[in-house]
Design a protein around this ligand. Structure first.
Ligand code: ADP
Ligand code: MG
Length: 333
């Protein structure tokens, strides 16, 4: 188990990581979601022992992970970090990049393991190319293959999906899930885009200004976000001030400026709606549409409609929202 307790990192007067405590077990995928500058890369570097911490501790199976100031070679043999820029050696092939990670092993095992990794990471066809002749997805897969070559206990990934198209993201998602299941690797990745995190993580955490503001199972965080930032980082959302909710038939005892979170899929289109408005925008998303409705001068609501629904901009629609689907947030920001 990889664990951090009250982890802090400051650069001059910037606090990049504030009091982060978390644990990742073998066979678990954890995704941390945070905006740019929220401390994601710094946190990963601290967990990997690649950066000296300001205070707190990082341990792997109860043994402290040392920072670069405490040892000759930075890093930990059982914790591997895949950087956002892949950091492959530019002048040798993808295959040789992977083999390099196994250079201290006997030749026969090295060849066997490289073959296995190339298959696992679907690199058969392009293994002899140089990094500059490979696509982003291929380089990402090579970087992952190299990182898992020695079967690390912990795999850390910095924005592994951010530069990839959908087929490559699905491929990497599948690879990570296989790895975690088959090798019981503990896997932690950071991202600014919740889509992949919600679908493959057993738990997700939200990083805001270096702080881990909420951690839990994806559905719980999606439905019951701690604050507006968490709500917005995890998907489309309607943030509604308490004073406007009676308009929608929701009677409550919250102060006028309290913030409620209503996910678009909780609002239903109906002829017998308690309230309604004028359709202002329709965003086609494939299987469904996001429909923006102006309820009054102060409130716009987004709801989801099936793409088969016939809705036009300018049309009046009736809506329905059940009181149970309104989540009141505790945090303000
Ligand atoms: P993220 O990966 O979420 O975008 P980072 O961890 O890169 O965020 O950065 C978090 C904060 O720490 C930012 O304000 C950034 O400017 C600052 N920071 C990161 N690395 C350094 C550094 N080496 N020196 C000074 N400030 C840094
Ligand atoms: Mg980063």
């Amino acid at each position: 188990m990889l664990e951090s307790v009250h982890l802090v990192k400051t650069f001059g007067d910037v606090t990049a990581v504030r009091d982060v405590s978390l644990g990742i077990k073998p066979g678990e995928v954890v995704g941390l979601i945070g905006a740019s500058g929220s401390g994601k890369s710094t946190l990963l570097n601290l967990l990997a022992g690649l950066l000296d911490l300001t205070s707190g501790t990082v341990t792997l199976n109860n043994e402290r992970v040392k920072g670069p100031a405490e040892q000759l070679v930075a890093g930990h043999p059982h914790i591997k970090l895949v950087h956002q820029e892949y950091q492959l050696m530019p002048n040798v092939s993808l295959r040789e990049n992977i083999a390099y990670a196994l250079r201290f092993y006997e030749k026969r095992y090295q060849t066997y393991r490289v073959e296995q990794l190339i298959q696992l990471c679907r690199l058969e066809a392009i293994q002899h190319r140089l990094p500059r002749q490979a696509s982003g997805g291929e380089k990402q897969r090579t970087a992952i293959a190299r990182a898992i070559a020695e079967k690390p206990a912990v795999l850390l990934l910095d924005e592994p999906f951010s530069h990839l198209d959908l087929p490559n993201r699905e491929l990497i998602r599948g690879m990570l899930l296989d790895l975690v299941r088959n090798e019981k690797t503990a896997c932690l990745f950071v991202t600014h885009d919740a889509t992949d995190a919600l679908s493959i993580s057993s738990r997700i955490g939200i990083l805001q200004d270096g702080q881990l503001v909420q951690m839990g199972v994806p559905m719980e965080i999606y439905r019951r976000p701690y604050n507006a930032y968490t709500a917005q980082m995890t998907g489309p959302v309607n943030l509604i001030r308490a004073k406007y909710l009676p308009l929608m038939g929701i009677i409550h005892a919250y102060p006028p400026n309290a913030l409620a979170c209503v996910r678009p899929e909780q609002i239903r289109l109906t002829d017998r709606g308690r309230f309604g408005g004028t359709v202002r925008n329709i965003f086609f998303k494939g299987a469904f549409m996001e429909v923006e409705v102006e309820i009054n001068r102060f409130v716009n609501l987004t709801f989801l409609a099936s793409s088969t629904e016939k809705i036009k901009v300018g049309q009046l629609v009736g809506l329905e929202l059940s009181p149970e689907s309104v989540h009141w947030m505790r945090g303000s920001a």
